[in-house]
Design a protein around this ligand. Structure first.
Ligand code: G3I
Length: 370
């Protein structure tokens, strides 16, 4: 297990903040700290995904200020995906990722590179490569990107390897890498990443496991089996990312899910919550009622998850409703039934704190120290 991601400065700031809050109500205490500092006081790194294209929009200054205030780590939203980095054969577009790394450096934040290998959102030309060419592309891509961004020390090396609806053996997600290389694409990607950057933290990131649904249980079983095969194959995986895109209409048993996460940690992995948000589509009532429901789910989820000592990083997917992927018509088609005014995050459309922010703060305050 690697060292705590929290610096001495964080710990001192957090300890001071907690001492100051010890005689006031938790909700008031929460308003006085930042989530980054509150989490750091418990040995947890807090942050969110961030997209540099938002800096160019009218809300850019507020967006930057919100991240500078709260986040100790940021994850690239699209900047490091093959669809952005490798739009066409022979063309490499480094500019958005360069800006992302520069933003983090300016604000003293750590960074997660998302994602090196994903069988989704791949430019067509990559899917058209032959078997040998694709293996060569994968190895070169991983090594080139990781070496260029030496300041990024946490990498989602492989994203979302499971997709039962693709009907492949072991419920693996279909796509160019699986088709060309079989399941070994996963272990090979991790070995290549380790060879490229020995000290980087290498993460396998997966979605859709959190609720009490048949699909989530299929994901849990398939993912655990995959991890055991990866361990047997010697894949150098350091941490597991649980995305946690929650839907308020689903049923949950978070303590039971935390027990599953503990069993994953017992295989020797650090645990990261990588893309937390709570989709309130299907929740009736006023905005205040919807926000209260979302806040309650954030609080219950994090309370259960932070009881697992291996959980070291908590990140949401964006920080504000205004920039959520659930509002992106390119990603969520109208037929998907997501309400247009969905409010899944901890800041609102005007980049102001919501009740969910307090719920997250209180969960950090109550969390055991790592
Ligand atoms: O490629 C097109 C381009 O041709 C077009 O001109 C442009 C117009 O906006 O869109 C481009 O597509 C972008 C696409 O990603 C391809 O990279 C979209 O703008 C962009 O919004 C889009 O969506 C991202 C999506 O992943 C696919 O990569 C979202 O911003 C991002 O939040 C979402 O994130 C995923 C995680 O990576 C994995 N887990 C789930 C999560 C939410 O879906």
């Amino acid at each position: 297990m690697s060292a705590s991601p929290v610096t001495r400065r964080d710990a001192l700031l957090g300890a001071g903040a907690l001492a100051a809050f010890s005689c006031v109500k938790p909700a008031i205490a929460a308003e006085q700290g930042t989530l980054g500092a509150l989490a750091a006081s418990k040995g947890i790194l807090f942050g969110a995904s961030m997209s540099v294209r938002e800096l160019d929009r009218p809300h850019g200054a507020k967006y930057a200020e919100m991240y500078a205030g709260e986040a100790r780590i940021i994850t690239s939203d699209i900047e490091l995906k093959a669809s952005v980095l490798r739009p066409e054969r022979g063309v490499t577009n480094w500019e958005p990722a360069d800006r992302f790394v520069a933003f983090a450096e300016t604000h003293g934040m750590r960074t997660r590179g998302h994602t090196l290998i994903w069988n989704d959102d791949l430019p067509k030309w990559i899917g058209g490569l032959g078997q040998g060419e694709l293996g060569h592309f994968m190895d070169t891509h991983i090594a080139t990107v990781m070496r260029r961004y030496g300041k990024i020390d946490i990498w989602d090396v492989v994203n979302e390897p499971i997709a039962p609806w693709d009907h492949n053996e072991e419920n693996l997600r279909g796509g160019a890498y699986l088709n060309a290389l079989g399941e070994d694409y996963i272990a090979r990607a991790f070995r290549t990443a380790r060879a490229a950057r020995a000290s980087a933290k290498l993460v396998l990131n997966e979605a859709q496991m959190e609720p009490e649904t048949e699909r989530a249980h299929t994901f849990r079983t398939s993912f655990m089996a995959l991890l055991k095969r990866m361990r047997d194959a010697g894949a150098p995986i350091d941490a597991i990312g649980f995305q946690a895109h929650l839907r308020a209409v689903d049923a949950f048993d978070f303590p039971a899910f935390a027990a599953y996460v503990s069993s994953v940690a017992d295989l020797g992995y650090e645990i990261h919550i990588t893309e937390l948000d709570v989709n309130d589509s299907g929740v009736d009532g006023s905005i205040a009622e919807r926000d209260a429901k979302v806040a309650k789910i954030y609080g219950a989820f994090l309370t259960a998850m932070l009881a697992v000592p291996a959980v070291r990083i908590v990140e949401t997917w964006q920080l504000a409703d205004a920039t959520s992927w659930l509002r992106d018509p390119y990603v969520v088609k109208p037929k998907d039934g997501v309400r247009p005014d969905v409010r899944p995050l901890i800041y609102d459309d005007r980049f102001e704190k919501k009740p969910a922010w307090d719920a997250v703060a209180r969960a950090f305050e109550a969390a055991p120290i790592r």
